[in-house]
Design a protein around this ligand. Structure first.
Ligand SMILES: Nc1ncnc2c1ncn2[C@@H]1O[C@H](COP(=O)(O)OP(=O)(O)OP(=O)(O)O)[C@@H](O)[C@H]1O
Ligand SMILES: [Mg+2]
Length: 338
C-alpha cells in the first residue's frame, strides 16, 4: 500500500510517502519566519504552507519514484492545530484524492505523534504507556490497541513544550525554546534554584503554568529584569527549570507504571527530543523492566511520516471518510483518545 500524507498543523509543512510501511520520502520544511516574533504567527504560517506545499508534494513523489496513479491512500492532518494552517494541507489532500479518485483519510495530529514509535525498527508492544509531550499537549495515555486509547492524564494549563517556549522567551534565549534551554542547561548543576512544579488533583495530571511564573518571579526579585541576569546565572536557571519539568513528567509516568500492567513505554512529540527526559525514561524502563521506544529525533517533531502511518492504520481498521470532513482546532473534536 502506498500512502501519501501531508502535515501542516503548525509551523512545519511536511510530506511523506510510505510504501508497505517503508518510508520512501519524509520532507519537512520548517518556517523560520516566526523566530523574530518569539512564537508562531497563524496567518504567516498559513501563507508559508501555501507557498511550499505544491513543490514539496512534487519532490516527495519524484524522490520516491511513485507515480500519482500508484498511490492507494491520501491523508492529511485534520486537527488539532491552527485552523488556517490545517486547511492548507487538508484541502490540498482532499483535492488531490478527489482528482485521483483515491480514498482520503483525515488524521489526528496527536494520534500521529502517539504512534510515531511504530516508525522505528523496535516497535512498542500493546498495551503500552505513552507520554505525548509537545508544543500544545501533555498527555499520559494507555494504548491498548490502534483504536483503544485511554487518557490517564492531561495538563490542566500549559503544555510542557509551551513552558519551555515561554521560559526561553522570558530568559531572552529565543524560539523554539526547548532546544535552546537544553543547550543552555548542558553540563550545568541543576540545584541553583528549586522551581516547584504545582501538584494537581488528578492522579496523572500535569500543571506547568506555575513554574513559568516561578521563573518570572525569581528573575524579577533577583535581577529586576531579564536583561540584568548575569551571563553565568542564565545556564543555571535553565538547568534548574529543565530539571523540574522533567521530574514532574517522570513522576507521573512512574505512578502510572505502578498502577497499569503494560508491555512497553513510549515517549513522543517535540519535547521527546529532550536529552534529559530521554535519559530519565531509559532509567524508568530499566527499573520497571519494560521495553522503551522513543522515536529518533527527526520523528519527535512534526512530520508527515507519522501521519501516513496513522492514516493506514485507521483505514485498515475500516474507517472511511468523505470530502466533507473538515479541519478542527482541538483534540476532543475528533479523536480515538477517550
Ligand atoms: N530538546 C528539546 N527539549 C525540550 N523541548 C523541546 C526540545 N525540542 C523541541 N522541543 C519543544 O517541542 C515543541 C514542538 O513540538 P511539536 O512540533 O510536536 O509541537 P506542536 O506540533 O507545535 O504542538 P502539538 O503537537 O501539541 O500540536 C516546542 O514547544 C519545542 O520547544
Ligand atoms: Mg506536533
Amino acid at each position: 500500500m502506498n500512502v501519501l500524507a501531508i502535515e501542516s498543523s503548525c509551523d512545519e509543512t511536511s510530506v511523506s510517502i510510505l510504501s508497505n510501511g517503508k518510508i520512501l520520502a519524509n520532507l519537512v520544511s520548517s518556517q523560520d519566519i516566526h523566530k523574530i516574533y518569539g512564537g508562531v504567527v497563524p496567518e504567516l504560517s498559513s501563507r508559508a504552507h501555501l507557498q511550499i506545499i505544491m513543490p514539496l508534494v512534487r519532490r516527495a513523489l519524484v524522490d520516491s519514484k511513485i507515480e500519482n496513479e500508484k498511490l492507494d491512500l491520501i491523508s492529511a492532518t485534520a486537527g488539532p492545530g491552527l485552523i488556517g494552517a490545517l486547511l492548507v494541507g487538508l484541502t490540498f489532500a482532499k483535492g488531490f484524492a478527489y482528482s485521483l479518485n483515491k480514498p482520503f483519510v483525515p488524521v489526528n495530529h496527536i494520534e500521529g505523534h502517539l504512534f510515531s514509535g511504530f516508525l522505528m525498527d523496535e516497535k512498542p508492544e500493546f498495551p503500552y504507556l505513552s507520554l505525548v509531550v509537545s508544543g500544545g499537549h501533555t498527555l499520559l495515555l494507555l494504548v491498548k490497541s490502534d483504536t483503544e486509547i485511554i487518557k490517564l492524564g492531561n495538563t490542566i494549563d500549559d503544555a510542557a513544550g509551551e513552558a519551555f517556549d515561554k521560559v526561553s522567551k522570558l530568559l531572552g534565549l529565543g524560539y523554539p525554546g526547548g532546544p535552546l534551554i537544553q543547550q543552555a542547561a548542558k553540563n550545568q548543576r541543576t540545584d541553583f534554584i528549586n522551581f516547584p512544579v504545582s501538584q494537581c488533583k488528578g492522579e496523572f495530571d500535569f500543571s506547568f503554568s506555575g513554574i513559568k511564573t516561578s521563573v518570572l518571579r525569581f528573575v524579577q526579585k533577583e535581577y529586576g529584569d531579564t536583561s540584568k541576569i548575569p551571563a553565568e546565572h542564565l545556564p543555571l536557571i535553565a538547568a534548574s527549570f529543565q530539571k523540574s519539568v522533567v521530574k514532574a513528567l517522570v513522576e507521573k509516568t512512574e505512578r502510572a507504571l505502578k498502577k497499569y500492567d503494560v508491555n512497553s513505554i513510549s515517549l513522543a512529540g517535540g519535547v521527546a527530543a529532550n536529552k534529559l527526559l530521554r535519559e530519565e525514561f531509559a532509567g524508568l524502563a530499566n527499573r520497571f523492566n519494560k521495553k522503551l521506544v522513543i522515536p529518533s529525533f527527526e520523528f519527535c517533531g512534526d512530520n508527515a511520516a507519522m501521519i501516513a502511518y496513522r492514516a493506514q492504520k485507521v483505514y485498515e481498521a475500516g474507517y472511511r471518510y468523505d470530502f466533507s470532513f473538515n479541519a478542527y482546532p482541538s483534540l476532543n473534536d475528533y479523536s480515538f483518545i477517550k
